[in-house]
Design a protein around this ligand. Structure first.
Ligand code: F6P
Length: 328
């Protein structure tokens, strides 16, 4: 990018569930664009704001000062039902044209990227940046926010283990992930669970009971069971069933919920957000459209949005099995 692009206006939005590092990415987008002489418009409230024409023009690079370490999203976010309809998309595109936005960077999860593909197909120049604590987006090893969420879960489980050990209890800890067990599995390894339940690899109540009872017999004074939100067994029901089966430990349930989405991003998420934000601007100004930028190994790469939305990043079965291997 050598030529200054004074004639180009770039729009940026965050959409779907917030993820720590979204602000760091917006900061990288704004500053990279401004370094190139490009004007930048922030779209408030995701696609909903695009439909309503909620725009915010940043005048200079200092306007995004302090964004780096802020959790949530300063641009606000929504899950827009209207944008799924043709009318909503048409209004959004019309507003973009009226505002003089030449290209759009959309930061968010699978729904956000599906929306990006839909408008790219209607002629909008758009590049997606994966940001979702679920880490279920195909085309990137890591999405923005995942590392922070995983650290939050690990810290929470470490604390719960103190109480579990003190009372000789089994704690069932529910992580987010309506359709993805990534966080549960990785936290199972990072925080040392006995067993993990996730939507991808169903586990029976009997299997959980046998695993936990075995831990009790081996003299453990605690057991951690991590349950992904989308697992086939519901966390509270599972706890009652285990209590009724007499597995040695009494159980307690902790649902971590939205605490996993908040907080200042980790260094990893800030670095990822910076690299993806910079690359998204570069490829947009190169004239590319209908792609995401993502992390593959140590490199920032691109993947067509069409492939991204028709595939799901799988949970690693080896990692799933590692949890039990290491629970001794
Ligand atoms: O996609 C991110 C996520 O946090 C999921 O893990 C969770 O199932 C969902 O969003 C919760 O959505 P909401 O914040 O709208 O309740």
């Amino acid at each position: 990018m050598s030529k200054k692009r004074k004639d180009y206006t770039l729009g940026v939005l965050t959409s779907g569930g917030d993820a720590p590092g979204m602000n760091a990415c917006v900061r990288a987008v704004v500053r990279t664009a401004m370094n190139e002489g490009v004007s930048v418009v922030g779209v408030m409230n995701g696609y909903e704001g695009l439909i309503n024409g909620e725009f915010k023009r940043w005048k200079n690079a200092r306007d995004v000062g302090g964004f780096l370490r802020r959790g949530g999203t300063v641009l606000q976010t929504q899950r827009s039902k209207r944008f799924r309809e043709k009318n909503g998309q048409r209004e959004a595109i019309r507003n973009m044209n009226e505002e003089g936005i030449d290209g759009l960077i959309t930061i968010g999860g699978d729904g956000t990227l599906a929306g990006a593909h839909v408008i790219a197909q209607q002629g909008v120049q758009v590049i997606g940046v994966p940001a979702s604590i679920d880490n279920d987006i195909w085309g990137t090893d890591m999405a923005i926010g995942v590392d922070t969420a995983l650290n939050t879960i690990t810290e929470a489980v470490d604390k719960l283990r103190d109480t579990a050990s003190s009372h000789t209890r089994a704690f069932l800890v529910e992580t987010m992930g309506r359709a993805s067990g990534y966080l549960a599995v990785q936290a199972g390894i990072a925080a040392g669970a006995e067993i993990v339940l996730c939507p991808e690899f169903p586990t029976s109540v009997e299997e959980v009971a046998a695993t936990i009872e075995d831990a009790y017999r081996r003299g453990k004074n605690h057991a951690i069971i991590i349950v992904a939100e989308g697992a086939s067994l519901r966390t509270t029901e599972l706890a009652s069933k285990l209590d009724a089966m007499d597995i040695g430990f009494k159980t307690r349930v902790t649902i971590l919920g939205h605490i996993q989405r908040g907080g200042s991003p980790t260094a990893f998420d800030r670095l990822l957000a910076a690299r993806l934000g910079i690359r998204a601007v570069e490829v947009l100004l190169e004239g590319q459209t209908d792609f995401i930028v993502g992390l593959r190994g140590r490199d920032i790469t691109m993947a067509p949005l069409e492939d991204v939305i028709s595939n799901k990043r799988p949970v690693n079965m080896e990692h799933f099995n590692m949890v039990r291997q290491l629970a001794r």
